[in-house]
Structure formats: structure tokens, C-alpha cells
Design a binder for this molecule. Structure first.
Ligand code: HEM
Ligand SMILES: *[C@@H]1O[C@H](CO)[C@@H](O)[C@H](O)[C@H]1NC(C)=O
Ligand SMILES: *[C@@H]1O[C@H](CO)[C@@H](O)[C@H](O)[C@H]1NC(C)=O
Length: 328
């Protein structure tokens, strides 16, 4: 009698952390595909590794796709849908047009995963895993990815235009857009550290070089010799699509040079530099991450899990798409 009671108690104790874990992850769990598709993580990693070996920038592009997915109706792969029937693709939205990339890599992962376990793994989970693997391949931290997201049956062009921060938004607007997604100033500063890899187009920062506030003056919070260098390939007009490294010191390495650059007024985007100049809490975090990359890495991993858990579709919501570009 006493024995069976203690066994009952022990099994309750053993189960309870699982329940807490599922609650804080919105019903997601790293073990979600352990039985239904045990090879999924291996498959995602190998395709991402191949793509990044071919082009280092792809790590950055996949990381950004996940962000642009999660800020629009949650991490539901809505960004992957092409226009067709009633769907107006988010790929046309201002933050994505001529900019979002990596869709072919997601297609390649999806078809490899479908071959191994048909209609089992969501495109939303594939994108989340690809973002983690991209970070690791670029030299950044690793983390366990909660899984079990399902795919949206619709897209939101307006959500994409309105929810994703623009590079010339004010600090307050950017922070508000993060808060609306349940993310705080710590998440904002840590996740912006993604700009330690990847590129931006001239059109994303031209305003800073020539006419920051509409009075014909440049942004003086940008180092003026760095600005002069940028102007050679980002003229007053033309060259909109010319590419520049977000972190000119180590453009393909995931490290904390992004924060070091900001401290010397060499953040490329206005949204990067304002993290230092417009808010005290955020300034302290920039300094902390510039000083200690381990603290940055640990927070980045935590904030990525938090971002990846934004309003997932679970249970019988949504669907498991067969092709990430269209609803079933
Ligand atoms: C805080 C507000 C943010 C703003 C205003 C912002 C804005 C931008 C802009 C304008 C670009 C360049 C796009 C282009 O010119 O084509 C860019 C690139 C990028 N962003 Fe952000 N971003 C923000 C936060 C984030 C977050 C949270 C992540 C990921 C967790 C992220 C990851 C990236 C990456 C990796 C790139 C390079 C992409 C590539 O080379 O293909 N960004 N971002
Ligand atoms: C921000 O950039 C957009 C697109 O280039 C432009 O239309 C808008 O006027 C800019 N906003 C501010 C406040 O400068
Ligand atoms: C700067 O921008 C303002 C407002 O957008 C515009 O009226 C003005 O002509 C621009 N000045 C220059 C020198 O480009």
C-alpha cells in the first residue's frame, strides 16, 4: 500500500516538470518528432550545412526568415506561402520585397523531410530548426528547439507591413513592436545581435547618409569616415539594391562585433545605432554584450526560443503543409 502510494507520488513528480515545460512553451516540446520523425533534425541540419557551405550569407537569410515569420500571426510559416487563390503573399510586403531570401533552401529541406516522413513535420518547425542550425554554423550558440508548430492556411500582407520593424523606426516604435509580440528590451537588444551576420541594401540605410531628419543633414551618430566609405557605393540616388555587410568587421561570423561596432558609431542601420543612443536600459545591454560574448550568446539562445514560441498553431489548428509554398 505504502509502496504503491510512493510510486504514484514519484511518477507524479517525474511527470510534473514535463507539464510545466509544455506550458511555458505554449504546447511545444523538443521531443515532438522523436517517434514520428526521429531523423528530422539531422535532415534539416545537413541541408542547411550544404547551403551555407555554398554561400555563407544563407545562414543570415534563414535566420531572418524565421523572425519575419514569427512577427506575423506567430511562427506559422505564413511567410513561405506564395500568392495564389485567396492568398496574397507576405513576400510582397515592404520588409520582404527584394530582400527576404532562402525559400529554395526551405523547399529542399521540406522535400527531403517529406520523403522520410510524409505529412508529419510542419514548415514552421523546419524554419525554426533552420534558424537555429544557421546560427550554429555561423559560429553562434546552440539551443534545444521546442517543436510541434503547425502551418497557417493564410498569409497577412498587412501584418507583415505593420508588425515587422523598419530600419528607420524610432527606438520606441521598435520596442513597442517587440512588446506586442511578448518580447522585452532584453530580447530586442539580444536578437538585434543577429545583425552580426548578413547584408543590407543601400536603400535600407541611405537616409542616414544624406538626409536623416528631412533637413538635408546626415545622421551624425554614424561615424563620418565610415559614412564616406558607404557613400561610394550608396549614392544619393541609384544603387538601391547594392549590398553592404551589417557587421563589416566579421560579416559571416556570429560573434559580438555587432555591439562593438555600435559602440564606435559604426552600426549600419539606424535601428542598430539607436540601441545605444536612445534608451538607457538598451545602452547598458549593448555595452554588456560588447564586453562579454558569452553573456550575449546565452541571452540570444533564450530570446530565440521566446521568439520561436510566439503564438504557435498546435493540436488540430492549421495543417501540416505538403509544400511550404502552398496550402494543401
Ligand atoms: C530590431 C528590429 C530590426 C530591424 C529594424 C531590422 C531590419 C533589417 C534590415 C533593414 C535588414 C536589411 C534588409 C535589406 O536591406 O535587404 C536586415 C537584415 C537582417 N536581419 Fe534584421 N532587423 C531587426 C531585427 C532582426 C531580428 C530580431 C533578427 C533575427 C532574429 C534579424 C535578422 C537579420 C539578418 C540575419 C539579416 C541579414 C539577412 C541577409 O543577409 O539575407 N533582424 N534587418
Ligand atoms: C522611413 O523610410 C520610408 C521608406 O524609405 C519612408 O517612406 C519614410 O518616410 C521614412 N520615415 C521617416 C520617419 O523618415
Ligand atoms: C530632405 O528630405 C526632406 C523631406 O523628406 C525634403 O523635403 C528635402 O528636399 C530633402 N533634402 C535634401 C537635400 O535632399
Amino acid at each position: 500500500m505504502a509502496l504503491s502510494k510512493s510510486i504514484l507520488l514519484l511518477s507524479l513528480l517525474a511527470l510534473s516538470p514535463l507539464c510545466f515545460c509544455q506550458q511555458s512553451n505554449g504546447g511545444l516540446s523538443p521531443q515532438f518528432y522523436d517517434h514520428s520523425c526521429p531523423k528530422v533534425q539531422e535532415i534539416v541540419k545537413s541541408v542547411v550545412a550544404k547551403a551555407v557551405a555554398k554561400e555563407a550569407r544563407m545562414a543570415a537569410s534563414l535566420l531572418r526568415l524565421h523572425f519575419h515569420d514569427c512577427f506575423v500571426k506567430g511562427c506559422d510559416a505564413s511567410i513561405l506561402l506564395d500568392s495564389s487563390g485567396g492568398i496574397i503573399s507576405e513576400k510582397r510586403a515592404n520588409p520582404n520585397r527584394n530582400s527576404a531570401r532562402g525559400f529554395e533552401v526551405i523547399d529542399e529541406i521540406k522535400s527531403a523531410v517529406e520523403k522520410e516522413c510524409p505529412q508529419t513535420v510542419s514548415c514552421a518547425d523546419i524554419l525554426t530548426l533552420a534558424a537555429r542550425d544557421s546560427t550554429v554554423l555561423a559560429g553562434g550558440p546552440s539551443w534545444e528547439v521546442p517543436l510541434g508548430r503547425r502551418d497557417a492556411k493564410s498569409a497577412s500582407l498587412s501584418g507583415s507591413n505593420n508588425n515587422i520593424p523598419a530600419p528607420n523606426n524610432t527606438f520606441q516604435t521598435i520596442l513597442t513592436k517587440f512588446k506586442l509580440k511578448g518580447l522585452d528590451v532584453v530580447d530586442l537588444v539580444a536578437l538585434s545581435g543577429s545583425h552580426t551576420i548578413g547584408n543590407a541594401r543601400c536603400t535600407s540605410f541611405r537616409q542616414r547618409l544624406y538626409n536623416q531628419t528631412g533637413n538635408g543633414q546626415p545622421d551624425y551618430s554614424l561615424d563620418q569616415s565610415y559614412a564616406a566609405q558607404l557613400k561610394t557605393r550608396c549614392p544619393r540616388s541609384g544603387g538601391d539594391q547594392n549590398l553592404f555587410f551589417l557587421d563589416f568587421v566579421s560579416p559571416t561570423k556570429f560573434d559580438n562585433n555587432y555591439y562593438k561596432n555600435i559602440l564606435v558609431s559604426k552600426g549600419l542601420l539606424n535601428s542598430d545605432q539607436v540601441l545605444l543612443t536612445k534608451n538607457e536600459a538598451s545602452m547598458d545591454l549593448v555595452k554588456k554584450y560588447a564586453e562579454n560574448s558569452q553573456i550575449f550568446f546565452e541571452q540570444f539562445a533564450k530570446s530565440m526560443v521566446k521568439m520561436g514560441n510566439i503564438s504557435p498553431l498546435t493540436g488540430s489548428q492549421g495543417e501540416i503543409r505538403k509544400n511550404c509554398r502552398k496550402v494543401n
